[in-house]
Write a protein that binds this ligand. Structure first.
Ligand code: ATP
Ligand code: MG
Length: 483
């Protein structure tokens, strides 16, 4: 029974499940990687902030120390009073601050006096400004250090972690130092330092982007590979199904033909006996009529048609129940010559000739001469029938690769594509009075001899039948027996 198309799609389905599963896992892995990269960068930013803050504290402590040692103490000793309005003092302070911070990325330094007025600044124009520090300044003057992250940019940039600018602003008390002690002296003022950490934030974001790019690339590649694998798998499954379908159909056709053959064989067998009686009766009738004045034309037709019908039935029987070949040493060229000779009257009637190009002797084959004769006759008749207005048939043979290769070629109309595709189908014929069994019988005969046959068009027009019969079973030359 042929398989319905729905059966194929059902078989492909489990594979589709694998496809969806793989695709979903890819998407999940991708989302997971994305989440991981977001968490990772968040953690990196937190770490960056903590490190920057710790670093800032150290910086401020160091600045406090240097300012106290290198500025406050010497100035107090020399001038008795700290007055940053005096140029020498301001210059000295500037030198101390800049030499302390010169290798650090500090954008702005403001030093406030105890009243909250800017006594020193990187930006000279700010000196003398009061109330610039706000609550953090007040806290610093009260002895407390505060560190604040100031970010600028629209909300999306801040949300994504790429603000236009990121600054760390530190307010710390400026203390007097007691000898050999940590900074625990009285508060003399306050220090404000501003560090630009935009580049660090940008580096983290760039890293995140490269992680996302890489994972997208890898996922994309995996997806492409997966699609390729899936396509290939589906193609293979599809091909297997087609093949199964073809084999099933072939099997059912073979079974069908086998039963048809059985039936034909049985019917043909039963027809043959009455047909024989009809023919011999008609021949008898002919003989009787021959002695009278009456015409024998009708009896002639009966004999002729009964003979033709007998031929058709013989073909059917040969096709349906091919005999086992009786293999004996055989000269294949002799068999061919016999067929050519027997066709002489037919050739003359059809205005055709056979050019015998057979070599004088070929290796002896183990073959059934009667069966081969039947096969060659069928091929020669086909060639003859392909040339309705007459022509030349060439018969040749040669030895090649331990086989005898025989070719029969004609100058007929050749085989159109659609005919060539069907010539081996039983009952396929393009002739009005053909059975379409001739080539089928030929093939069975050749295959029974472990040979093969092909039909092809000649480049110069006409058809060519090429038969190969293995020569390996040949007898030694001194035991040659002509058939
Ligand atoms: N030499 C050829 N040139 C052109 N067509 C050919 C040739 N040999 C065979 N064919 C084509 O193949 C068909 C099948 O050939 P096959 O011998 O099986 O049957 P048939 O000749 O039609 O009938 P039957 O042999 O029973 O008289 C032919 O009808 C013809 O169309
Ligand atoms: Mg034929």
């Amino acid at each position: 029974m042929p398989i319905k198309p729905s059966a194929i799609t059902e078989r492909v389905k489990p594979f589709r499940l694998v496809k969806y599963f793989t695709f979903t896992s890819l998407v999940l892995v991708f989302l997971g990687t994305l989440m991981l990269s977001i968490l990772n960068t968040h953690w990196a930013r937190t770490l960056l902030r903590q490190k920057s803050e710790a670093y800032s504290r150290l910086l401020v402590e160091n600045l406090n120390h240097q300012v106290f040692i290198q500025f406050i103490l010497p100035v107090a000793v020399r001038y008795g009073q700290i007055e940053l309005r005096r140029e020498e003092q301001a210059e000295r302070m500037d030198k101390v601050v800049r030499s302390t911070l010169h290798s650090f990325q500090v954008e702005m330094v403001n030093i406030y006096d105890r009243a909250g007025t800017i006594a020193y600044s990187f930006d000279e124009s700010r000196v003398g400004v009061t109330d610039a520090g706000g609550r953090e300044l007040a806290a610093a003057l009260a002895g407390e250090t505060t560190i604040r992250l100031v970010q600028r940019g629209n909300w999306l940039r801040i949300f994504l972690g790429i603000p236009e600018e990121s600054r760390l602003v530190t307010f710390a008390p400026l203390r007097a130092e007691r000898p050999l002690s940590t900074l625990s002296g009285p508060v003399l003022g306050a220090v404000e330092i501003t560090q630009d950490i935009s580049d660090d934030y940008r580096a983290i974001f760039d890293f995140q982007v490269s992680v996302i790019y890489t994972s997208t690339g890898v996922m994309g590649l995996l997806l492409v590979i997966m699609i390729f694998v899936v396509r290939r798998g589906e193609h293979i499954i599809e091909q297997r199904n087609q093949e199964r379908l073809r084999l099933k159909e072939e099997l059912s056709r073979a079974a069908h033909l086998a039963s048809l053959g059985e039936m034909i064989a049985a019917v043909s067998h039963e027809i043959r006996n009455p047909l024989g009686i009809i023919r011999s009766s008609a021949e008898l009738l002919k003989k009787k009529l021959a002695g009278t004045t009456q015409s024998t034309a009708i009896a002639d037709i009966i004999v002729e048609e009964a003979t033709r019908l007998n031929g058709i039935i013989t073909d059917f029987l040969n096709y349906a129940r091919p005999a086992e070949p009786h293999l004996i040493p055989c000269q294949v060229e002799k068999v061919l010559e016999k067929a050519i000779t027997n066709l002489a009257p037919e050739l003359e009637a059809r205005n055709s000739v056979i050019e015998n190009r057979l070599p004088p002797s070929l290796p002896t084959l183990q073959a059934d001469a009667d069966m081969l004769y039947q096969a060659f006759l069928n091929l020669l008749l086909n060639a003859l029938q392909a040339m309705p207005t007459g022509g030349k048939i060439e018969v040749a043979a040669r030895v090649e690769n331990a086989a005898v290769e025989i070719s029969i070629q004609d100058q007929g109309e050749g085989l159109p594509e659609e005919v060539l595709a069907k010539i081996w189908d039983p009952f396929f014929t393009t002739k009005e009075r053909g059975t379409g069994l001739g080539l089928g019988i030929v093939r069975k005969v050749i295959e029974a001899h472990q040979g093969d046959i092909r039909l092809e068009n000649r480049p110069e027009g006409g058809a060519r039948a090429v038969i190969r019969l293995p020569a390996k079973a040949a007898e030694p030359p001194d035991t040659h027996v002509a058939s």
